[in-house]
Design a protein around this ligand. Structure first.
Ligand code: SAM
Length: 329
């Protein structure tokens, strides 16, 4: 029987973090220091968790981190995942979110192993600004080369995620509009969420959907196009049909009512919401020798605890128990 939470939302998407190590220190995500790290698990354990979840109705798996391409063996992991059929007998839809620093040489082997799509994070189309945000010198050329390599490898549609922060990169809206058109990628702006290690979030720093739409319209007219109910991004096209932009607006236009996601952290905890204040120790159950059926029962119980919505910006907002890098975005 499919996983459905107590608010009637079918749970069909899994995001699995395979490490919380990262080679970038993006200002909206990390501190400038290394910070705490949780244990990575062997791939065989992520595979078992995913197999059980796929047996419960998961149709899409997104591999994330930390930086997933830092994990040796990730290509073989993708190959093993691609052997898991969904309950409908369809192939599992496998995607990855990466900072792209190491992707250029791995794009083709990842595609061959069964990866369908890739999302690359890139927060400026200007090398200096990019370095200021990622706190890594000379990463820009690698990431640009990776985006192009991903396209050549057929990891399409290639999506480029950009977190806008006032004072850092809000002037990149139009340059990214041009980039989407020139490179043939879907650029997705993400509203900055209070999930960073440095706790610098405030509503004033968030560049909202309305502001992005208004600014982009000054460049050239663009219109909203339909999106799937469970899709996080609102989708837009320019008037001449060239270039697609997505806007993920969890702060100004929350989409919790359609949330179909569940997450597994790199240390094997289930999180039912990015903003959960607790997590559920699936790996602990495994370590204690639970059978597959017992783990499936545990997962069903956890899904019933999925939060109705987040409370960002409300007086009763309680920060999540983990930051984004330790959850897996
Ligand atoms: N290292 C990979 C990367 O850079 O894409 C995967 C992990 S990263 C945590 C996943 C996504 O979360 C990235 O697209 C990143 O931009 C986004 N992200 C991180 N912190 C965020 C925050 N505070 N608000 C919104 N998005 C955030």
């Amino acid at each position: 029987m499919a996983l459905i939470d107590k608010f009637g939302r079918p749970i069909t998407d899994l995001r699995i973090s395979i490490t919380d190590h990262c080679n970038y220190k993006c200002v909206y995500c990390r501190t400038g220091n290394e910070g705490a790290l949780y244990a990575d698990l062997p791939f065989s354990e992520y595979l078992r968790m995913t197999r059980i979840l796929v047996g419960l109705g998961i149709k899409k798996v997104r591999i994330t981190g930390g930086e997933p391409l830092l994990r040796k063996g990730v290509i073989d992991f993708v190959r093993e995942l691609s052997k898991l059929p969904t309950v409908d007998g369809d192939p599992l839809d496998i995607a990855m979110t990466t900072n792209g620093h190491l992707l250029a040489d791995m794009a083709h082997p990842l595609k061959e192993a069964g990866l369908n799509r890739v999302t690359v994070s890139m927060d400026a189309v200007d090398p200096d600004r990019f370095a200021r945000i990622t706190r890594v010198p000379n990463g820009y050329d690698n990431v640009l080369a990776s985006i192009r390599a991903a396209k050549r490898a057929g990891l399409e549609p290639v999506k480029v995620n950009c977190v806008l922060m006032r004072g850092f990169n809000e002037d990149q809206i139009i340059p990214f509009g041009m980039f989407a058109r020139e490179e043939g990628v879907i650029v997705r702006f993400i509203e900055f969420m209070p999930l960073e290690e440095d706790r610098v979030w405030s509503p004033e720093v968030v560049v909202t959907l309305d502001e992005i739409v208004q600014r982009m319209n000054e460049y050239r007219p663009f219109v909203e196009i339909p999106h799937e109910r469970s899709e996080t991004a609102r989708r837009y096209r320019f008037d001449d049909g060239v270039g697609e932009i997505g806007i993920i607006a969890p702060v100004s236009h929350p989409f919790c009512g359609h949330c179909s996601r569940i997450r597994i952290t790199s240390d094997g905890k289930i999180r039912t919401c990015l903003f959960s204040i607790w997590d559920h120790d699936l790996h602990g159950q495994m370590r204690r020798g639970a059978s597959d059926d017992e783990l499936a029962e545990f997962i069903r119980g956890v899904v019933q605890k999925k939060e109705q919505r987040h409370h960002i910006g409300e007086p009763d907002f309680v920060p999540a128990s983990r930051t984004m890098v330790h959850i897996g975005g």
